[in-house]
Write a protein that binds this ligand. Structure first.
Ligand code: GDP
Ligand code: ZN
Length: 315
């Protein structure tokens, strides 16, 4: 039995022939696998990023059987990737204009995923704004507790720094549409496959279910493919961005304080009078105060409480 990280997405094969399902294709240290049908009966889907136990390995043919899916550290919804460790939350400095409330919503939603290495901000389109404007946003995000990397995804500036931040980790890119997510992913993919390192020999990192279908001669009812781009520093990046416009942030009121680094810092320095302080109205609260995103926290807290109350009423 070996433990490996799958780099292919599951295909939707449908029909009676779907007893065994191809979930990945590989060469060298990669295997084309089928999932044991018992896994499917348990509705244990194999996701990109999963660590799996593989049995019946034939290294000559490069075949194996996925026996079980190991416990997941995290699960990201859009894109659906398991064991993500870092979210790159991306915005354009202009075009579309950057807006503090929206930035904050994406940050809180990303924090809600509870990733090991948390959240890194990528500020794109530095070529369209002044240095001062870029610096002002880097500083502002810094005061919120975030590191922000300025980049020009189309020009290539700063892309290396993003790759460095992914060292040894599995990352995903999220952000609103038009900010340059695809451009960044393409740029990273090009440098991973090209002479900048990556897989060497210009070998593409992308494995898709379409390829598997071609090799196995199975049907091509391929749904959406998510692949991982392998970086030379041991990092991985999902090639599919997420754009879950979080008008509803989707974080429970109880979890909300944990989604603001500013609150974390305040609770390190002091303690609220009440153990289960909501940091909204209680006396003796060390969180409530004059910091930029506090009104945003209160807003999101009330929204989350309203939703929770509604959910209770409708059962
Ligand atoms: P996505 O919707 O977030 O995936 O954004 P895209 O990657 O499709 O980019 C949206 C638009 O922004 C495209 O027209 C890109 O050419 C443009 N774009 C992306 N990166 C940059 C950049 O660094 N500078 C400039 N000026 N334009 C960029
Ligand atoms: Zn408090």
């Amino acid at each position: 039995h070996v433990k490996l990280q799958l780099e292919g997405a599951e295909g939707d094969r449908g029909g009676a022939e779907a007893e065994e399902e191809a979930v990945g294709y590989g060469s060298k240290d990669e295997l084309l696998c089928v999932t044991r049908s018992v896994l499917k009966k348990m509705k244990r889907q194999v996701l990109v990023g999963d660590f799996v136990e593989v049995s019946s390995v034939d290294w000559t043919l490069g075949h194996g059987v996925v026996k079980s899916v190991l416990p997941r550290q995290s699960i990201f919804q859009t894109p659906a990737v398991a064991n993500v460790e870092i979210a790159l939350v991306m915005f354009a400095l202009t075009d579309p204009p950057i807006e503090a409330n929206q930035v904050s919503r994406f940050l809180v939603a990303a924090e809600g995923a509870g990733l090991d290495s948390g959240v890194l901000v990528v500020l794109n389109k530095t070529d369209l704004v002044s240095r001062e404007e870029t610096k002002a946003w880097v500083d502002r995000l810094g005061s919120w507790g975030y590191r922000a990397i300025p980049v020009s995804a189309s020009g290539g500036e700063g892309v290396g720094a993003v790759c460095d931040a992914l060292e040894g980790k599995l990352g995903v890119v999220v952000g609103p549409s038009g900010v340059g997510k695809s451009s960044l992913i393409n740029s990273i993919n090009a440098s991973a496959g090209g002479e900048a390192g990556g897989l060497g020999e210009g070998e593409g990192a992308l494995l898709d279910v379409g390829e598997v279908s071609a090799r196995t001669g199975r049907g091509k009812h391929t749904t959406r493919n998510i692949s991982l781009i392998r970086l030379s520093n041991g990092g991985f990046l999902a090639d599919t961005p997420g754009f879950n416009q979080p008008h509803l942030v989707g974080v429970a009121s109880r979890e909300l304080p944990g989604c603001f680094p500013e609150i974390g810092r305040r609770l390190e320095d002091g303690r609220c009078e009440f153990k289960n302080c909501s940091h909204v109205h209680e006396p003796g609260c060390v969180v409530r105060g004059d910091w930029e995103r506090y009104p945003m926290y209160v807003d999101l807290y009330h929204q989350a409480r309203d939703l929770e109350a509604k959910a209770l009423r409708t059962g």
